[in-house]
Ligand binder design. Structure first.
Ligand code: PYC
Length: 314
């Protein structure tokens, strides 16, 4: 019976899973990562859903298409995707990718450049196994944006870009603890729906598809704890690296974070990413450091007889 095989390596970064496709991806022409992401979306979307959706994956899983870079100074081009579509950038995924390539013996400690749909990023694999990712230029686009959220009243937040678009809320009155997971998902989904209904966007109509709640932490070894709703409705188990980048850009815009100053961001299941910013030519470049653990090497089997060959439709 005809079947297609896809070889993957799975990992988690601070609890958030990544699945890097090592073999069996659609081959894409030598065009930019953003153009390749558009091609994947329009011509190979069944590949995305087969790799990350149930029954082979889950709503929390982020997949990575890996291919040759256009720019010879780059290690590879990478396109991250989830249960509903494609990401501009993913930092937990980049940390997972570096751990995967080290596990396969394909890279050594050092700095590696990657092409992503959002632009060039740099990932440094440290001798300790930690990975520090320097993101694309990140910025606060709008401060104190008030949105009427049915059932919850007015919610005020900042809009920021950090490879993906975020709505960041500090004054939410919610408790960011595990026993409140369901109500946090409900609350952040209601904010997302209100953003869509009110046609609130980032620059150039950029879709705000990540909602991030923050609470200051004074007692632990972190500065803040977060809860981040991802585009497909699952919450990020890690602190969310692009979400942390967006937070760092906002803190810098508020004059609360100087270049080089450390910020420790705790994620919803308890692990911490460490971040800082550098300013070059007036632009803010966040660096986020964390660690991933390889959890599986596997071959996905897509059989023509399987009604869910391409995943269970969302
Ligand atoms: O770590 O940047 C991140 C991320 C984005 C979506 C899920 N994780």
């Amino acid at each position: 019976m005809p079947q297609h095989r896809i070889r993957v390596v799975d990992s988690h970064t601070a609890g958030e899973p990544t699945r890097v496709v090592i073999d069996g991806s659609p081959e894409l022409p030598a065009i930019s990562a953003a153009e390749r992401a558009a091609l994947l979306r329009h011509e190979h979307d069944a590949f995305r859903s087969a790799v990350v959706c149930e029954p082979r994956g889950s709503d929390a899983l982020v997949g990575a298409w890996l291919g040759p870079a256009l720019d010879p100074s780059c290690l590879a081009a990478v396109i991250y995707f989830n249960n509903v579509g494609y990401l501009g950038m993913c930092i937990h995924g980049t940390i997972g990718l570096m751990a995967t390539l080290a596990h396969l013996g394909r890279i050594e400690p050092g700095r590696h450049r990657l092409e992503t749909p959002a632009g060039l990023v740099e990932a440094e694999l440290l001798e300790s196994g930690d990975v520090a990712v320097t993101n694309v230029a990140s910025y606060r686009h709008a401060a104190d944006v008030a949105i009427d959220v049915p059932g919850f009243g007015t919610v005020v937040g900042d809009i920021a870009f950090a490879g993906n678009w975020f709505f960041l809320v500090q004054d939410h009155g919610q408790q960011l603890t595990r026993e409140h997971t369901e109500s946090l998902v409900q609350y952040t989904r209601a904010i997302r729906q209100a953003i869509i209904r009110n046609n609130v966007t980032g620059a150039a109509g950029g879709e705000i598809d990540h909602i991030a709640l923050f609470t200051d932490e004074s007692d632990g070894d972190a500065d803040s704890r977060d809860f981040v709703l991802c585009p497909g409705g699952a919450f990020d188990r890690s602190p969310c690296g692009t979400g942390t980048s967006a937070k760092l850009a906002c803190l810098h815009a508020q004059g609360r974070l100087k270049p080089g100053q450390s910020w420790r961001q705790r994620g919803f299941v308890g692990e911490v990413f460490e971040g800082s910013v550098a300013v070059r030519d007036g632009q803010v470049f966040p660096t986020v450091r964390g660690r991933a653990h390889v959890t599986a090497e596997a071959t996905l089997i897509l059989s023509d007889r399987d009604p869910f060959r391409s995943g269970i439709p969302q």
